[in-house]
Write a protein that binds this ligand. Sequence first.
Ligand code: IMP
Length: 192
Amino acid sequence: MKVTQSYEGAIEREIFSADQIAAAIARLAGEIARDYRRRPLLIVGVLKGALYVAADLARAVAAIPDGPSEIAVDYLCVSSYGNAARSSGEVRLLKDASEPITGRNVLVVEDIIDNGLTLGYLRSLLGGRNPASLRSCVLFDKPYHRLVDVPVEYVGLQAPDAFVVGYGLDYQELFRNLPYLAQLRPEAFDDR
Ligand code: IMP
């Protein structure tokens, strides 16, 4: 795979800096803290992409005075893209949430929404467990190719109509650790 030869050289351009991402998370945290004021909140991050955003958001919400009465954090793991740069359209639950959902205020936190199949699948899965409330938060929105009209109550930043990496988002498990969001050079894609 070409990207391993030159990690830095694989990046075409930065889309959102670490500071812009931090500002978007702070804004989302403010909205969430206000909406769940004095109520218990269960954040369910969707691995692997939301590993950073769910953690950073949980801490940002907790830092706001008079927000939720308590914040629990859980993760589940789905696979939708396999190793490809385009969605296979098939969502698989690789690891379920470990916390019970029934009667709780659940906020599903996703890294990015594209065609909406992943979030649509998760909302019907978790909604079937009778939560007290169910909302979604996505850090990056790609609204261009939606197949499922899924409600997203909290949206961070609008990403371009391109495959992006960084801040949790990967290409073949690489680039998740970039602190910013980036677009890859076309040559970086391996069409195997
Ligand atoms: P959807 O099911 O098409 O809405 O896609 C949601 C999932 O696809 C996300 O949780 C990501 O894991 C993945 N995904 C969508 N767009 C991108 C991208 O541009 N880069 C990396 N992963 C993406």
